[in-house]
Design a protein around this ligand. Structure first.
Ligand code: ADP
Length: 487
């Protein structure tokens, strides 16, 4: 797999930084070395030219007077070259025929390296600057014509030892190399340390994610990272990762609770059915047998309802499961009230029913309303009222189901919308509730982009209020152009 072959990021960053530093240092070293060499060599060349000019001025008299003839100017040349030679600077003078006339006495053992070609060129009036190998050190050699009144009368060679220059440059190069190697090592270590520090939270995240991936029992919310203090990208990633862990922990916990609650809810009817079946085995009077059978059938019905509700809740998790059509909530409310059946003495009636069209799923909205109405009937003892109203408020439709029942104390208001949460478990069960009714209501409301809340006074009654966004005007216009749909 390609991923296995990849170098760790921190090593890659360290190598990249070292490579960039190496390249920068190499270019800087090359430029400074070349500039230094050029400057020093130019200095040497200037000295050589100056010396050559001084000697020329001393020994050249006139073009008609050959250097090697009486009054023997070469003798003057010898004096001059002795005068102008210096430690490390050597001089030779040639006559017009290319014969060596004089050499300064300080030349290294073995003399100056010969360069007849350069002398010939000089006699043809062409100066030449070159570097030749000489004894202990290299030599910079200037060969130029000796000129008198515009005529070449001989040649002069002035050479300077490059010993000092070469030693200096060698030291300079060693220093550059030392600085370069130090810089590269430093950048390698620096890059590694910086990358390791910056990536530490990423490694911690990987360890945690891997633990969650392999360990079923891992509790993600207990593994949060200590967030790096800086608010950079990695800090943001760590914070996001922590939020995700907390959420994941919530989901895991809710799922565990849900499974526990579901098993518990299913166990109760199964126990009842089991007891009824056991009773049927006994030799009971016909009346009791019928009662046992009825009870078993009721529990089977309850289980079927529970499973249908559970299935619905898992389906409703999927937002795409909601069909989006235009639904008039007043029509839905009218239909639900018409079909609702309550005990004697309980009035179930519509209140104000505004025309309020929302975009949504007609069946699910009807289920939302009938769950609320069923609850109102279940928790209101006769004589009493259950009233359903639909109102339009700016961009919202507000549906309310009011009852005059037992009410709910405030501490339960937030929790009654959770799955299987009941204020009075035994009472709710005996009244036939599955504990999922309000969870379904909330899920449907949220799937439509709406909310549900409760207002209630214990002993006086409750009001469940659902708010849903109204369909945009264009959608309503389109609908009013069509035939109203039957509910
Ligand atoms: P259940 O099937 O138990 O009614 P729900 O989810 O529909 O489950 O309701 C949760 C709990 O909320 C109920 O057990 C009951 O205690 C309380 N409740 C719901 N509606 C009403 C109401 N109209 N009046 C009083 N209490 C209610």
């Amino acid at each position: 797999m390609r991923l296995d072959l990849a170098l760790p990021v921190r090593l890659r960053l360290a190598l990249w930084s070292a490579a960039l530093v190496t390249a920068t240092l190499a270019v800087a070293a090359y430029i400074s070395n070349a500039t230094m060499r050029d400057a020093l060599l130019r200095d040497v060349d200037a000295t050589l030219m100056e010396r050559a000019a001084q000697i020329e001025a001393r020994i050249v008299v006139s073009p008609d007077q050959p250097l090697s003839e009486p009054p023997m100017p070469w003798q003057m040349a010898t004096d001059a070259i002795e005068e102008y030679s210096a430690p490390g600077i050597y001089v030779q003078v040639y006559d017009a025929s290319g014969k060596l006339l004089a050499t300064s006495s300080n030349v290294p053992i073995g003399g100056l390296p010969k360069d007849e070609w350069a002398v010939e060129l000089a006699l043809l009036s062409q100066p030449d600057l070159t570097i030749l190998p000489g004894g202990r050190a290299r030599l910079r050699v200037l060969t130029r014509p000796l000129v008198a009144e515009g005529q070449t009368v001989g040649a002069i060679r002035v050479a300077a030892s490059l010993h000092l220059l070469d030693t200096f440059l060698q030291r300079f190069e060693q220093l550059l190399l030392l600085v370069g190697v130090g810089g590269v090592i430093l950048s390698l270590i620096g890059g590694w340390v910086l990358a390791s520090r910056a990536l530490a939270p990423v490694y911690a995240m990987t360890r945690i994610a891997r633990r969650i991936a392999v360990d079923d029992q891992a509790a993600p919310e207990a593994m949060v990272l200590t967030e790096p203090p800086q608010g950079d990208e990695i800090g943001l990633l760590a914070r996001t990762f922590n939020e995700m862990l907390t959420r994941l922990g919530d989901v895991f916990r809710r799922q565990r609770e849900f499974i526990a609650d579901t098993s518990h809810e299913l166990r109760t009817p199964l126990t009842v059915i089991r007891t009824s079946l056991d009773l049927l085995e006994l030799d009971l009077p016909a009346e009791d047998r019928r009662a046992s059978l009825r009870e078993a059938r009721e529990e089977v019905d309850r289980m079927s309802r529970l499973i249908a509700d559970l299935l619905f809740l898992t389906e409703a998790d999927d937002r795409d499961a909601i069909v989006h059509g235009r639904v008039d909530l007043a029509e839905v409310a009218r239909a639900v009230v018409r079909r609702a059946r309550g005990p004697e003495g309980l009035t179930i009636r519509p209140g104000l029913l505004d025309w309020a069209v929302v975009l949504g799923d007609r069946d699910r909205l009807r289920q939302l309303l009938s769950n609320l109405v069923e609850n109102a009937i279940r928790y209101t003892a006769p004589p009493g009222d259950v009233i359903v109203t639909v109102r339009r408020l700016s961009d919202r439709a507000v549906v309310s189901v009011v009852d005059t029942g037992i009410g709910i104390t405030p501490e339960h208001h937030a929790r009654i919308f959770e799955r299987f949460y009941r204020v009075d478990r035994a009472r709710a069960r005996s009244l036939g509730g599955s504990g999922l009714g309000l969870a379904i209501v909330r899920r449907i409301a949220e799937a439509h982009g709406g909310t549900v809340r409760v207002e209630s006074t214990p002993g006086r009654g409750s009001e469940f209020i659902v708010e849903l966004p109204l369909a945009p005007i264009a959608a309503i216009d389109a609908e009013s152009a069509q035939m109203p749909a039957a509910v």
